[in-house]
Ligand binder design. Sequence first.
Ligand SMILES: NC(=O)c1ccc[n+]([C@@H]2O[C@H](COP(=O)([O-])OP(=O)(O)OC[C@H]3O[C@@H](n4cnc5c(N)ncnc54)[C@H](O)[C@@H]3O)[C@@H](O)[C@H]2O)c1
Length: 372
Amino acid sequence: MNGVTGRMGTNQHLVRSILAIRAHGGITGPDGTTVIPEPVLVGRNESKLARLAESHGGLAYSTDLASLLKDDRYTIYFDAQTTLRRFEDVTKAIAAGKHVYCEKPVATTSKDGFDLHKRAVAKGVKHGVVQDKLWLPGLLKLKYLIDTNFFGEILSVRGDFGYWVFTGERQPCQRPSWNYRKKEGGGLILDMFCHWRYVIDNLFGNVTSVFAHGATHIKQRWDEEGKPYTCDTDDAAYALFTTDRGITCQFNSSWCTRVRRDDLLTLHVDGTQGSAVAGLRQCWVQSDATTPRPVWNPDIDSPIDFRAGWQTVPNNIAYDNAFKTQWELFLRHIAFNEPFRWDLREGAKGVQLAELGLQSWKERKWIDVPSV
Ligand SMILES: NC(=O)c1ccc[n+]([C@@H]2O[C@H](COP(=O)([O-])OP(=O)(O)OC[C@H]3O[C@@H](n4cnc5c(N)ncnc54)[C@H](O)[C@@H]3O)[C@@H](O)[C@H]2O)c1
């Protein structure tokens, strides 16, 4: 597990996924075989790795990726390094014949992303990319509504993502400083459009075109050492996407907005028979029959409590951590040959949408998304 001392590597992938899977006794295949993942932590900083390994009961660790790639005991390479580092090391892992699983974005250009896919196919290794949002309880509930035809015809989707990321001047920044530097692989469009690609493709139809406008709203931030630096890449994006199911999706993404909505990400879906708003865990619905009849009158306070007219989709099943759920599916793919469709090609499509979004912003026009 490379990049495991980072925010995502430690919290989501090591602790909440791999260690949680181990604590639950591994994964069991159709023939009763149980597989328990045995991680080795990889990074550049030996003392950081040692501390992390020690705090979880003495896990194996190494700063020597090249030797590990030659070690037959380790069959999977996982990468949660900063985006810029991904292409080179995933390439090495594929060349060494390892199965690969990695964070998004798979690369900083779609050319590199699709190239990784080609290399993995040619080498015959299995591969996957993190598409965690698909297993969020709120989005699983939304999928249930779609599959059971709650909406009738889906007309449009309004995605609202973001929160206030402190500049680091008076309060520490909640995100790493490389996120705000172009040459270090930062930028909100590259980061978030990878997510919107698989969310839209999987729930609302394949994305066919994009129109995006980006912005660098906050020009100066303070880094992990408290030093000021200039932000030279986008920290907000205002985008429209169309899909091959004729659904219009409008997504606001921002690290410079203060939250007054139900969650850090909400997807508001309007259909002819009903509407829904999905957050990370909850999902609220309003059907045609329970829709109030608003009348425009700014001279009085609203007689309708609009929030009261929605019902919550119940937690009828237990929902697990989204990253862990996808890890289990990937491990089942490796160990038991079960299907896994969230692969490097799908990951590269996310980078493709980010690139086309940046192009749309630059050229101030709609861009068609070529099918791949
Ligand atoms: N799936 C999601 O929801 C999600 C959320 C946030 C970030 N991410 C992705 O996860 C990746 C990591 O993000 P993060 O927020 O954890 O970043 P981070 O800065 O907290 O961690 C990055 C890791 O990479 C290592 N690293 C950095 N530069 C390196 C170098 N030059 N050589 C070797 N190692 C290096 C760091 O030591 C650290 O372990 C990014 O690609 C990001 O886009 C995904």
